[in-house]
Design a protein around this ligand. Structure first.
Ligand SMILES: C[S@@+](CC[C@H](N)C(=O)[O-])C[C@H]1O[C@@H](n2cnc3c(N)ncnc32)[C@H](O)[C@@H]1O
Length: 252
């Protein structure tokens, strides 16, 4: 990403949030809830936390959370909601351009939910940097679009989203250090901006750090036998509303 692009990131997202009273539903993303419900809480990092629905859910479930976004407007909304939910003391809201940020501590969970942008975003580099800060025994959970939402065929960038296997391969993690717990495309019920029900496809990558010392190259995701099959119901078919359900029509 060149300097000009880097300078555009903060104003773009500030304007995106400032244009509306609320952009997201305020609820946590359903895959995060499905994957982390009942997990032993620790310290979590939420990359591109937006208005904080996930951070607040994690905090309410016992986690200490570092929630990062480039938009201070979004962070302010998250902080206000966290105060209202009584979990303000569990969340540290930090404004950074993730393209230029690196962690100064370790985390039990690194979560990236829909870390997408119409602007150039070094997503894999950001995820790689954050993955290095996951403790042994900790989790990296990456969820994002696998398909363009049907209501926004022309408004979405990138025009094609990566599969979970492509996300995994791009991370180039040392094979002995990580176990794949989920690596799949998962359907999700959603509500279109016009209120109609829709089904979206997400990529879901859940990795557990099992060692911190290996440096062998990773196997291709397709070669790995440890990928969990899609459960027949539950993940992706739940009726829980998603943070990504817009409260009003939006650019994506
Ligand atoms: C599609 S939204 C997802 C928000 C939230 N994770 C959710 O699921 O509701 C992407 C978020 O990433 C943030 N973002 C985009 N580029 C960023 C960057 N370079 N550094 C930090 N945050 C960024 C945006 O401000 C926005 O809040």
């Amino acid at each position: 990403m060149n300097h000009q692009h880097a300078e555009a990131v903060e104003p773009f997202w500030e304007e995106h949030y400032a244009r509306r009273e609320r952009v997201w539903s305020g609820r946590a993303n359903q895959v995060l809830v499905a994957e982390m419900d009942g997990a032993e809480p620790g310290v979590a990092l939420d990359l591109g936390c937006g208005e904080g629905g996930d951070a607040i859910w994690l905090a309410a479930n016992g986690w200490q959370v570092v929630a990062i976004d480039v938009s201070t407007t979004a962070l302010r909304r998250g902080a206000a909601d966290a105060r209202a939910a009584g979990v303000a003391d569990r969340i540290e809201w930090q404004a950074h351009d993730l393209a230029q940020w690196s962690p100064d501590r370790d985390f039990d969970l690194v979560s990236a939910q829909f870390l997408h942008s119409p602007l150039p975003l070094p997503r894999e580099d950001i995820l790689k940097t954050a993955a290095a800060a996951v403790v042994v025994g900790g989790t990296l959970l990456v969820v994002g679009h696998a398909e363009v939402p049907p209501w926004a065929p022309h408004a979405v960038s990138p025009p094609r989203f990566p599969t979970s296997a492509e996300v995994y391969d791009a991370l180039a993690l040392p094979a002995g250090d990580w176990q794949i717990e989920r690596c799949e495309e998962s359907p999700r019920d959603a509500t279109a901006p016009d209120g109609r029900p829709a089904t979206l496809l997400d990529h879901v990558l859940r990795l557990r750090r099992i060692d911190g010392s290996s440096s062998s190259p990773p196997p291709a995701a397709a070669d790995l036998g440890a990928i969990r099959p899609i459960p027949p119901s539950g993940h992706g078919s739940s009726r829980i509303r998603n943070s990504q359900d817009p409260v009003r029509p939006m650019m994506r």
